[in-house]
Design a protein around this ligand. Structure first.
Ligand SMILES: Nc1nc2[nH]cc(C(=O)O)c2c(=O)[nH]1
Ligand code: SF4
Ligand SMILES: [Mg+2]
Length: 247
């Protein structure tokens, strides 16, 4: 059974859009958003996947979500049918932290590949959790977004040296650091050095949930990326659709 986020109460967050971030930007894809996260970023744009009533961890919006309307259970078979009905040959698994539900995700991916052997499977992860052996070989691409100190998580929780090393050595893994200021960008570079992350697999992406914040931050991020020979990621879907569910 999968625990999914919802677009509206009772409607799972499974939708067709364009990948808005990272190496596959602009590619038409289906998305499935899994509920729950092991981290609690203060600027998380999907706090409705984890910031439920009773969770004392702070979030900058100060909103707590009612679990019943924002989470739902779904059988892997039903999720696979919805995904296949959307007609794409690419799937982005996101969250929350999708690798918290590895066994159910593996069952889902097996079902998808049974119907469409060439389905491209991409996972957005915070880089703290390993994909277990039953899931790892099913994944074509990891978009790993380790969380820096401005996320408000304790570094001991957010940065797992063994995981980061494994992803740095995996050619399927792309790193995407969310940055709000120059200090964050420098912290990402320090991690690149520590873990020998290949420059062509490293993105800096502005933190922001509106177009003007993203554009403003890219004004200084673009020359920074140029100077250091690393990649800049926008958040294309925010310009197109705003900060909305199911887009
Ligand atoms: N279009 C679109 N692209 C995305 N790439 C990563 C997303 C995410 O929420 O993880 C996302 C999202 O929510 N929408
Ligand atoms: S790791 Fe991602 S989903 Fe989890 S709290 Fe941080 S931004 Fe949100
Ligand atoms: Mg998002």
């Amino acid at each position: 059974m999968l625990t999914l986020a919802t677009i509206r109460p009772g409607e799972p967050e499974i939708f067709a859009s364009l990948q808005g971030e990272g190496p596959s930007v602009g590619r038409p894809s289906v998305f499935i958003r899994l509920s729950r996260c092991n981290l609690a970023c203060v600027w998380c744009d999907t706090a409705y996947t984890w910031h439920f009533a009773g969770d004392e961890r702070p979030h900058r919006d100060g909103v707590v979500y009612e679990r019943a309307g924002n989470q739902m259970q779904m059988h892997e078979e039903d999720a696979a049918a919805r995904i296949l009905a959307l007609g794409s040959d690419r799937l982005v698994l996101t969250g929350g932290e999708p690798l918290l539900q590895a066994p159910a995700v593996a069952r889902l991916l097996v079902l998808l590949r049974r119907d469409r052997p060439n389905f491209h499977l991409e996972v957005e992860t915070n880089g703290t959790i390993a994909a277990p052996a039953m899931l790892d070989p099913l994944i074509d691409q990891f978009n790993v977004s380790p969380k820096l100190s401005h996320s408000g998580n304790a570094p001991g929780l957010a940065l797992n040296p063994e995981r980061l090393r494994t992803y740095a050595d995996d050619p399927r893994a792309f790193f995407k650091f969310v940055v709000a200021d120059l200090q964050d960008a420098e912290a990402a570079l320090a991690l690149q050095r520590d873990y020998s992350i290949a420059s062509d697999r490293l993105f800096l992406m502005p933190e922001g949930t509106d177009s003007s914040t993203l554009l403003q931050r890219m004004q200084w991020l673009a020359p920074f990326c140029q100077q250091h020979g690393i990649r800049l990621s926008d958040r294309q879907h925010i310009h197109l659709f705003g900060d909305t569910r199911g887009t």
